[in-house]
Design a protein around this ligand. Structure first.
Ligand code: AR6
Length: 171
């Protein structure tokens, strides 16, 4: 069974097989985790994202989907890019957010990863309320069978860490 662990810190510093990026559909970079990963990982990651766009993702990656690239200069071996939904007050997009974690786990399995680190997808620029984002993340990873030995949530802010701690305690 996959062990869920929590760490307060920077996902780009994690020594795991794969780190998950909270990307956008373009796959061409942005702010937040995405900006940090491309900055610290170097140009090789962006080059592979561009190649994916040219080859099979002409219209970009849809919310809820995931795709892998090299991790460039990062300590991890791969970056799994997933696109979270933008939070909406009028539409329930939680199935898309859950899909980000399920699809990232599926890609991690395909790669043969045994350890992976996840950020709080959609809980930054995309506006998802942190408590709810944490609950969906933890419940989905807990409920999804995978070959991972460890699924590590890496939380940048204290309030994110507390929200994830509460979500794990509620399992
Ligand atoms: N390590 C771990 N967590 C981080 C890091 C880091 N280095 N940096 C930020 N966070 P966000 P989203 C936290 O905005 O909401 C980008 O521009 C952050 O505090 O990165 O899915 C993309 O290109 C927050 O709790 O992702 C998209 O356009 C969480 O990671 C858009 O933002 C997610 O925040 C995606 O927005």
């Amino acid at each position: 069974m996959t062990r869920i662990t929590l760490v307060r810190g920077d996902i780009t510093e994690q020594h795991v097989d794969a780190i998950v990026n909270a990307a956008n559909s373009s796959l061409l970079g942005g702010g937040g985790v995405d900006g940090a990963i491309h900055r610290r990982g170097g140009p090789e990651i962006l080059a592979e994202c561009r190649a994916l766009r040219a080859a099979k993702l002409g219209r970009g990656l849809r919310p809820g989907a995931a795709v892998a690239t090299t991790a460039g200069l990062l300590p991890a071996r791969w970056v799994i890019h997933t696109v979270g939904p933008v939070y909406s007050h009028t539409e329930d997009r939680s199935a898309q957010l859950a899909s980000c974690y399920r699809e990232s786990l599926r890609v991690a399995d395909e790669l043969g990863a045994t350890t992976a680190a996840f950020p709080a997808v959609s809980a930054g620029v995309y506006g998802w309320p942190m408590e709810d984002a944490a609950r969906i993340a933890v419940e989905t990873v807990h409920a999804t069978p995978s070959g991972l030995e460890e699924a590590r949530f890496v939380l940048f802010e204290a309030r994110a860490y507390i929200a994830f701690e509460n979500a794990v305690a509620a399992l």
